[in-house]
Ligand binder design. Structure first.
Ligand SMILES: [Zn+2]
Length: 289
């Protein structure tokens, strides 16, 4: 069986979870190559196995270079190792309790390394993944590298997922759309949202900014918004200090939108300091709809 055929089979298995981004009708995979709705809106699977279900083009700020930097940090540094282990445990528990298949949707998956780390380390036989992002470059990179999940270019505010089709939503350091999360999750479905805490990347913020507002970040508002929309069950705090080398510091500044507004001289000085300790300080918000 060819790689392309195997991947098309996965989309066929889950074709019921997709809805047309234009008319919102359910879609079907036809001839193992195109998703088609009853109004004949047609979206072809790419040769790399991703689907582009976006009606609007993506934000050009999210470039290939950014996603390459992010990929190196996520896969080659220890920055998110503990996060991935914790999420994997949470999701395996959920898969263990599921009646049939357990589908995780990573909303705002970027180049897919968070979702792939969790899926590839998981032993649950009924666990499947779909990564969604509006940034086409990220999804393309994910599809080329990670064959086990479905990868879709789509708008998170009007997602191409049908109502009540997903068991778990992951939303890692990315904006949420709770109305959409509630729509696509099955009743009682799990939301796992990762948000920064005060200390997250504080060395980077201190090196680049004098502005007290950027230094005194608090996630209170984000947590309170979550609680208004989702039944908050648990908050897991993750704190860690890891060492990044010069190349990794450069990658960190490329992948962090906060750093894009800093003065270039300060960014360069931050990277040139050589191997440095960086603080990871995150909250994992766990809730159900
Ligand atoms: Zn349609």
């Amino acid at each position: 069986m060819t790689d392309k055929y195997q991947r098309a089979r996965r989309y066929q298995q889950f074709e019921g979870i997709f809805r047309c981004p234009i008319c919102e009708e359910r879609m079907q995979l036809v001839e193992f190559k195109s998703m088609i709705c009853p109004h004949r809106h047609t979206f072809d699977l790419s040769k790399h196995g991703h689907l582009n279900l976006a009606v609007q083009p993506s934000n050009s700020l999210y470039t290939k270079e950014l996603f390459q930097a992010r990929h190196r940090i996520l896969t080659e540094s220890a920055m998110y190792t503990r996060l991935h282990q914790t999420l994997q445990t949470l999701i395996e528990q959920e898969a263990g309790a599921a009646q049939e298949s357990c589908l995780i949707a990573d909303m705002g998956c970027g180049e897919g390394s968070h979702l792939n780390s969790i899926l590839s380390a998981s032993k649950a036989p009924n666990l499947y993944g779909i990564g969604l992002d509006l940034a086409k470059e990220g999804i393309l990179m994910a599809a080329k590298r990670y064959k086990d999940a479905m990868w879709v270019v789509g708008d998170l505010a009007n997602s191409p997922l049908a109502d009540h089709t997903v068991q778990v939503i992951l939303n890692i350091l990315s904006p949420a759309n709770y109305k959409e999360f509630r729509r696509v999750l099955v009743p009682g479905g799990l939301v796992v949202k990762v948000v920064p805490r005060t200390g997250y990347l504080k060395e980077l913020r201190e090196a680049l900014f004098d502005d007290q507002e950027k230094l005194d970040y608090s996630n209170d508002e984000t947590v309170s918004l979550f609680e208004k929309q989702i039944d908050l069950l648990d908050v897991i705090q993750l704190q860690d200090t890891i060492t990044l080398d010069e190349q990794q510091l450069q990658d960190l500044t490329r992948m962090t939108p906060l750093a894009w507004s800093a003065e270039p001289e300060r960014v360069e000085a931050f990277c040139k300091q050589g191997a440095s300790e960086i603080t990871i300080d995150l909250d994992i918000l766990v809730g159900r709809v």
